[in-house]
Design a protein around this ligand. Structure first.
Ligand SMILES: Nc1ncnc2c1ncn2[C@@H]1O[C@H](COP(=O)(O)OP(=O)(O)OP(=O)(O)O)[C@@H](O)[C@H]1O
Length: 643
């Protein structure tokens, strides 16, 4: 594929001048070593499943394997590695890890979410869909509520042919992820019903939402099914994908749904090597259709070699022991991991604090964090406040109590526009806008931000492989930041709206070029959604601020205590974790799926590297919630009443 330059001419692609390293001499980058099983998995040339508990370095393993394959030429230029994650922040984190370890090969490592990948295929190749599935008007993304699905299922049961009566008792919550997700779209729609209830109901679903007059409506399960059909029906596309991405990584494989599994099998089932990493004890997406035993299914279907890792680089030995007690409840065959984390003295590793009310809880914890920061080299971002469900209940009190100590709080689950804050802060477009504002506001001392912005702008302007175009981009960036600086000085936050500030940045940047770039190079990202979310967040940060520097710090909340749900904490780590609200109000759904509840508990508590503090109130501990207290007691976690 040729790369268009700014002048419109195409440069013939040439391999960049990088030196290859022999496979025997290759060494990990940025870490001292890998455990022996990880070395074996890294060098394996076939399909591989790496199974390991929290903190084992599964994501790091993928970053190292990418470096190995790219630096040794086992993945030769111009072929690329496709890394698929389930969360936007996981995809961004993995992409950054690889970019920092092997910057010279970063453009050959495509890290994106499953949804972004399948959506980008549909967006780019929709015209190649089989005639029965082609739509002319584009589509809207819309999720259906359980009650809408119930209504649909009632209607379908009512109008179904007599042969199907009584066979359409689908569970509304499971219908989209399992039934629609598990159904392969036939290339042409049959005109007659063959008496199969699943096919009938799913076809009616597609008719009602997609094959209808007016704009089609889809969700990501349907986009996945369309992408799978595309790849199956268009062999040229399948070949092109396999040639571009001969190596595919899938992180957090335990979260794979049946739709995603079938997509992987159709597209990468042969001629591609697939590396899957995961931990079935951390399967917390069952409600969204995650397959039970996804890793085992992968090993069987892809004839993969399975490697188990047994080191834990994150957590202290005491916390690894606690994790083991909980892990054994999820899988009695679990082998206890060996902690490789640097030991810290003077900490009580785990404790359960009981409070009489939430005000007392927030005040005590805020004071405690402030004292801990004052007495150590820790910063607010070393602390996380994790809760099972309703994180927003905690935000106002903790924000106020921590603010009294000059400490910020960032609620990663808060929604700005249509995005959760965690996704907004990881969005490449949002980072570009924020960095431009930073460069304009602080002319000196941001060399790394400058380099990152220049690299992104080179991509925006299609100038990555052309020295002259790169110089021009650098000059444009200098000019742009000067103009933006003048504008910011003339428009203090006290007299400026977020919308005005964004319009200014986007117009200086060349809105049309940005739109083209996002469409072609940031799969799954919708510029209007990001701009809407950016504006909403900026508006909140501007509120009451007098200096742009403070606005940007507030926007980013980089040095803040993080507040987030256990689900959103997946893959992350903090020195000290407060697992708030071990009581039935937060865990009301625990009794309906205890296995997934325990996994959620396990995910949240395994984010802690050195200290883990559970909190509860004086409410009843009988009923399903009793399980959690029993596990804590079994793990020897002491309880302390805080008055
Ligand atoms: N070989 C290694 N040497 C030193 N540190 C490592 C190594 N592998 C991983 N780490 C560090 O250990 C921590 C955990 O790694 P990582 O996030 O990759 O674990 P994980 O298995 O993906 O965890 P989880 O399943 O809990 O998300 C990170 O801080 C990472 O930098």
């Amino acid at each position: 594929m040729s790369v268009p330059t700014q002048s419109g001419r195409a440069n013939p692609p040439t391999a960049p001048a990088t030196t290859l390293i022999s496979a025997q001499k290759w060494r990990p980058i940025g870490i001292s070593d890998l455990e022996p099983a990880a070395w074996e998995a890294l060098r394996d040339t076939g399909n591989v499943a790496v199974v390991a508990g929290p903190g084992a370095g599964k994501t790091e393993f993928l970053a190292q394997r990418a470096a190995y394959l790219l630096q040794t030429g086992i993945c030769p230029w111009p072929q690329r590695i496709l890394a698929i994650s389930f969360k936007k922040d996981a995809a961004a984190n993995l992409g950054r890890r690889v970019a920092s370890r092997v910057p010279e090969h970063a453009d050959r490592f495509a890290s994106m979410t499953f949804d972004a990948f399948t959506k980008s295929l549909v967006d780019r190749f929709a015209a190649a869909l089989p005639a029965d599935w082609r739509i002319s008007d584009g589509y809207d993304i819309r999720y259906t509520t359980d009650s809408e699905v119930s209504q649909f299922l009632n209607d379908v049961a009512f109008s179904a042919p007599p042969a199907l009566s009584g066979k359409l008792g689908f569970q509304a919550r499971r219908f989209v992820p399992d039934t629609v997700g598990g159904w392969q779209l036939p290339e042409s729609l049959p005109t007659e019903d063959k008496g199969d209830a699943v096919s009938y109901a799913v076809r009616e679903w597609w008719r009602a939402r997609y094959l209808r007059t007016g704009t089609a409506e889809v969700d990501f399960v349907m986009l996945n099914r369309l992408a799978e059909l595309l790849v199956r029906a268009v062999p040229k596309l399948r070949r092109a994908l396999r040639m571009t991405y001969p190596m595919v990584f899938v992180d957090e494989f335990q979260d794979t749904t049946s739709a995603q599994f079938s997509f992987l099998t159709s597209v990468f089932g042969s001629e591609t090597t697939v590396t899957a990493v995961g931990d079935s004890k951390q399967r917390i997406m069952g409600w969204a259709g995650a397959l039970p035993e996804a890793l085992q299914r992968f090993t069987d279907a892809f004839n993969a070699t399975s490697y188990a890792l047994a080191w834990n680089f994150r957590s202290s030995d005491a916390l690894v022991e606690l994790q083991h007690v909980i892990a054994s409840k999820l899988d009695p065959t679990t082998v206890r991991a060996t902690s490789k984390a640097t030991a810290e003295v003077g900490h009580e590793p785990a404790v359960l604090w009981t409070f009489s009310n939430s005000d007392q809880e927030a005040t005590f914890i805020a004071d405690w964090i402030a004292r801990d920061i004052a007495a150590s080299d820790r910063t607010p971002s070393d602390f996380a406040l994790i809760a099972r469900q309703t994180i927003k209940d905690y935000e106002p009190l903790f924000r106020a109590r921590l603010a009294a100590h000059g400490i910020r709080v960032r609620n990663d689950d808060a929604r700005f526009g249509k995005m959760p804050l965690q996704d907004l802060l990881k969005s490449e477009t949002a980072r570009l806008l924020l960095s431009l504002l930073r460069l304009a506001n602080e002319p000196h001392g941001l060399a790394k931000v400058w380099r990152d912005v220049a690299a992104t702008m080179e991509r925006v302007h299609g100038a990555t492989e052309d020295n002259r175009a790169q110089r021009r981009v650098s000059e444009e960036l200098a000019e742009l930041t000067t103009q933006l600086r003048t504008w910011l000085r003339a428009h203090p936050p006290t007299a400026t709206s977020a919308a005005e500030a964004i319009n200014q940045v986007v117009s200086l940047l060349d809105g049309a070029a940005l739109r083209r770039y996002v469409k072609s190079a940031v799969p799954g990202e919708d510029l209007d959604i990001v701009l809407g979310a950016f504006e909403a967040r900026l508006e909140t940060a501007i509120n009451g601020a007098t200096e742009w520097g403070h606005v940007l710090d507030d926007f980013e909340g980089a040095d803040a205590v993080v507040l987030l749900t256990a689900h959103r904490s997946k893959g992350l780590e903090y020195h000290t974790v407060f697992f708030l609200g071990i009581h039935a109000k937060q865990w009301w759904a625990y009794g309906s799926d205890r296995r997934e509840g325990k996994s959620t508990f396990f995910v949240g508590l395994s984010r802690a590297a050195h200290r883990l503090i559970f909190t509860t109130d004086r409410s009843d501990r009988t009923g399903p919630i009793g399980d959690l207290f029993t596990m804590l007691a079994e793990a020897g976690v002491p309880e302390v009443h805080r008055e």
